[in-house]
Design a protein around this ligand. Structure first.
Ligand SMILES: O=C(O)CCC(=O)C(=O)O
Length: 282
């Protein structure tokens, strides 16, 4: 993995570890990309237990499906393609690699707005540092329509999640309680475009956008010149991943997800996830 973004002298692994995001150009061979699309289409046609229409009835309405039990087999076959473990081992500087789960985002309509800013660690009991998501979109995307990350935020605090139920109040808390309240990054950004150091890359089919699930991130809106985005996200972890429960009294959407509950059931806080509950790739 020796490709770097334009003007960046760091390796992609260094960029990922410092910034929480990097781009790997053209690393998915056409046959692997086709299998990614097959997994996306399968999931879309066979919705899971926590499929979610986000912002229903508004012009921002879009669809996400997370940890879809029906897509488990096809994704398990897909992630055995060696490119995935190669990339993840390099990014995380880990000897061993496990696969956690997938998510799809289906956005159609030039007015469809943002996926709210959040950390995945507000929705999943992911502890430890060696985590990475591979964000695979099937369209050519400008940075202004792509995935945005607050630079270095994966080294920062655990924020509460977005409740994802009000496009006008994207920072409405998911859990409530002891985690740091989620800032309204878009509001602050409108007042001062430099309020947050935000990184996004343009991407082409075959590229991987690699980002850390503890980073503050969100999907940028669609636009007239980009009215469609179909994205498959694959989540992986390395040696130091542990179970980190939600705060007491959590209202997390994960509570309804039997697959994820089974995989984490009975684990003690701090217990390793590097076990046969998850698919080990190397
Ligand atoms: O693609 C998007 O809009 C958001 C992606 C995201 O939040 C994630 O993969 O966790």
């Amino acid at each position: 993995m020796n490709q770097t973004a334009n003007g960046d002298s760091r390796t992609p692994g260094e960029a990922f570890r410092e910034d929480g995001i990097t781009r790997l150009k053209g690393v998915l061979e056409p046959d692997v990309l086709a299998r990614c699309r097959e997994a996306f289409d399968w999931s879309l046609a066979h919705p899971g237990t926590i499929t979610k229409t986000i912002f229903p009835g508004t012009e921002h309405e879009h669809w996400a499906d997370n940890v879809n039990p029906s897509a488990r087999d096809i994704c398990h076959k897909l992630v055995r393609a060696p490119v995935f473990a190669d990339v993840v081992a390099d990014m995380l500087d880990t000897r061993h690699v496990w696969y956690s789960a997938e998510e799809i985002f289906f956005k159609q309509g030039s007015k469809v707005g943002r996926t709210p800013w959040h950390q995945d660690t507000s929705y999943a009991p992911y502890g430890g540092t060696q985590w990475c998501n591979l964000w695979i979109s099937f369209e050519s995307l400008a940075a202004r329509n792509g995935l945005e990350v607050v630079k270095g935020s994966h080294h920062g605090p655990q924020y509460d999640g977005s409740s994802y139920d009000d496009p006008d109040d994207p920072a409405r808390p998911l859990h409530g309680g002891e985690w740091t309240p989620l800032p309204d990054i878009e509001r602050e950004r409108r007042a001062d475009p430099d309020a947050w150091p935000i990184i996004a890359y343009p991407s082409e089919p075959g590229d991987l956008i690699v980002f850390h699930p503890h980073s503050l991130h969100g999907g940028a809106p669609l636009s007239e010149d980009c009215p469609i985005r179909h994205t498959l996200v694959l989540r992986f972890f390395g040696n130091d991943a542990v179970y980190r429960p939600f705060p007491p009294g959590s209202q997390s959407i994960w509570d309804d997800n039997s697959v994820i509950r089974d995989e984490f059931a009975g684990l003690e806080p701090g217990e390793t996830l590097c076990c046969d509950r998850f698919l080990q790739l190397r």
